[in-house]
Ligand binder design. Structure first.
Ligand SMILES: Cc1cc2nc3c(=O)[nH]c(=O)nc-3n(C[C@H](O)[C@H](O)[C@H](O)COP(=O)(O)OP(=O)(O)OC[C@H]3O[C@@H](n4cnc5c(N)ncnc54)[C@H](O)[C@@H]3O)c2cc1C
Length: 456
């Protein structure tokens, strides 16, 4: 048939999951023909978009090199898959080409969710993920400079998760008046509990971001462009429709509409896969943001749209496609962000989330200085542990501090992956050095777990 290509393995999507799987599959056997299909000119480092918007790095630095895919022998095909016929083992691209595969891996990711409220499709309401999204936002800044000089410009960011906060900070860095809207009572509600957010909230407000907690976005008013944002509690924010804009950052939806007619098992959060990342269709695997998966702690469904989940899922999918007996343990969702000199992170369940999932938990905190207290600029570190009653197993942790927060989150994630109890954590062996660590006698993780042991 004209325009028909054939391959052993076809990967749909060129994000972290697709790239990771393509490298493992191509590396495994020189004779294995692997194709990656993706629509965009460049795969992007999405996490760095706020820093391109802030102006710290040029946008082009967020583009990944195609060699990441092609240097292992994978063929990169530009295009978008419009449909999949699982019976014929064939996909159809938007340009009319068809590709026959022996095995298919779907890694099409997710797109920012746009809540169905009036005005959501107006020309100055944006979401942030793609190169086009980022360029559109950067273009807004140019509108500030009219014939009469610079005008005050406003951005209203909806959603105070890590992406929303990083966006808000990037607009403040550009001198905009920024409003950050969050329906929960604290920042980063999926990542940490309210009691960990005092300092970071203060730090955010210090930057000039105007924070509206316990506030819902109700409607966006305007014609082609929004001129007023309606919030709960009869509040509203007036916008200059010429130059102001709204950013919606309230979660992600899986990009699986092209599979609507293909009969895959799916739920709202994505394709249903087993622990080997195999879908309900013969010879089809899926990994990354386009799948729905379970918590590694209680085994029940949990959101986990992070690059740090997508990559390990892709490794399991690639291994399973090669016939290896590998399985994915589930999401722990270790994640971190930063406001000024304060870093914050969470892993596993927050106290709130653990309770909402029916878990009986207690908590314990440890607080020490980030360096030896006698050293210059010794900041502080607070660690909060969430512990299951009865088993004393660690089921969540949060860290706030001036340095090495991500490293501590990763250590605590690993402890959870290995089913560590507070007794195990209280025996943690650690290093100490005046510039880099806690005082030798006081390690915040050991302190928090030892306190919990004494009080239980
Ligand atoms: C602004 C921002 C900041 C983030 N920051 C972090 C962070 O700090 N840490 C972290 O862990 N995660 C972060 N994430 C999340 C992370 O980027 C995603 O979890 C990750 O990219 C998911 O990888 P993926 O390969 O599953 O999907 P994606 O990266 O979304 O890639 C999907 C690919 O599939 C392609 N595709 C979609 N549909 C089709 C089709 N029909 N045919 C062909 N190709 C298709 C897409 O174009 C894309 O190439 C951030 C995300 C955003 C948007």
């Amino acid at each position: 048939m004209k325009h028909q290509l054939e391959t052993d393995i076809l990967i749909v999507g060129g994000g972290p999951a697709g790239i990771q799987a393509s490298r493992m599959l191509s590396d495994s056997d020189d004779n294995l023909k692997v194709f990656v299909v993706r629509p965009e000119d460049f795969s992007m480092v999405y996490c760095a978009i706020p820093y391109a918007i802030e102006g710290l790095i040029p946008l082009e630095k967020t583009f990944k090199k195609d060699a990441l895919v092609t240097e292992t022998g994978t063929e990169l095909i530009r295009g978008s898959v419009e449909s999949v016929n699982v019976d014929d083992h064939m996909v159809a691209l938007n340009d009319g080409r068809k590709i026959a595969y022996k095995k298919l891996l779907i890694t099409t990711g997710a797109s920012p969710f746009r809540p169905p409220i009036s005005g959501i499709d107006a020309a100055n309401v944006f979401t942030v993920k793609t190169e086009a999204d980022t360029r559109r936002i950067l273009e807004q800044f140019d509108k500030r400079f009219g014939a009469d000089g610079e005008k005050t410009q406003k951005a209203v960011v909806v959603g105070a998760g890590a992406i929303g906060i990083e966006q808000a900070l990037a607009y403040r860095a550009n001198g905009l008046e920024v409003h950050l809207i969050e329906m929960q009572d604290h920042l980063l509600p999926q990542m940490v509990d309210a009691d960990m957010t005092g300092d970071i909230t203060e730090k955010l407000i210090e930057t000039g971001v105007q924070l509206h907690l316990e506030t819902m976005l109700e409607a966006l008013e305007g014609d082609d462009r929004i001129s007023r944002v309606h919030l709960s509690g009869n509040k509203s924010i007036d916008l200059n429709p010429e130059i102001d804009f709204v950013i919606i950052s309230v979660g992600m939806s899986p990009d699986i509409a092209f599979l609507d007619k293909a009969g895959f098992d799916r739920v709202n959060d994505g394709l249903v896969v087993d622990k080997h990342m195999k879908t309900s269709a013969q010879d089809v695997w899926a990994a990354g943001d386009c799948v729905s998966f379970n918590s590694g702690i209680d085994g029940a469904p949990l959101g986990g749209k992070l690059a740090t989940n997508a990559v390990p899922m892709a490794k399991v999918a690639a291994g399973s496609m090669l016939g290896k007996d590998v399985s994915y343990p589930g999401f722990f969702n270790g994640a971190v962000t930063v406001v000024g000199n304060l870093r914050i992170g969470g892993t596993g369940f927050t106290e709130n989330v653990a309770r909402s999932r029916g878990m009986d938990v207690y908590t314990s905190n440890g607080a020490t200085s980030a360096r030896f207290p006698i050293m210059p600029d010794a900041g502080s570190i607070i660690v909060k542990l969430v512990i299951e009653k009865g088993s004393d197993r660690l089921v969540g942790a949060q860290v706030l501090g001036t340095e090495a927060v991500a490293e501590r989150i990763d250590l605590l994630t690993f402890a959870m992956q290995r089913g560590a109890t507070i007794a195990d954590l209280s025996e943690l062996s650690y290093s100490a050095q005046p510039w880099q660590t806690f005082f030798p006698a006081r390690n915040a993780i050991v302190e928090a777990s030892s306190k919990a042991l004494m009080r239980r």
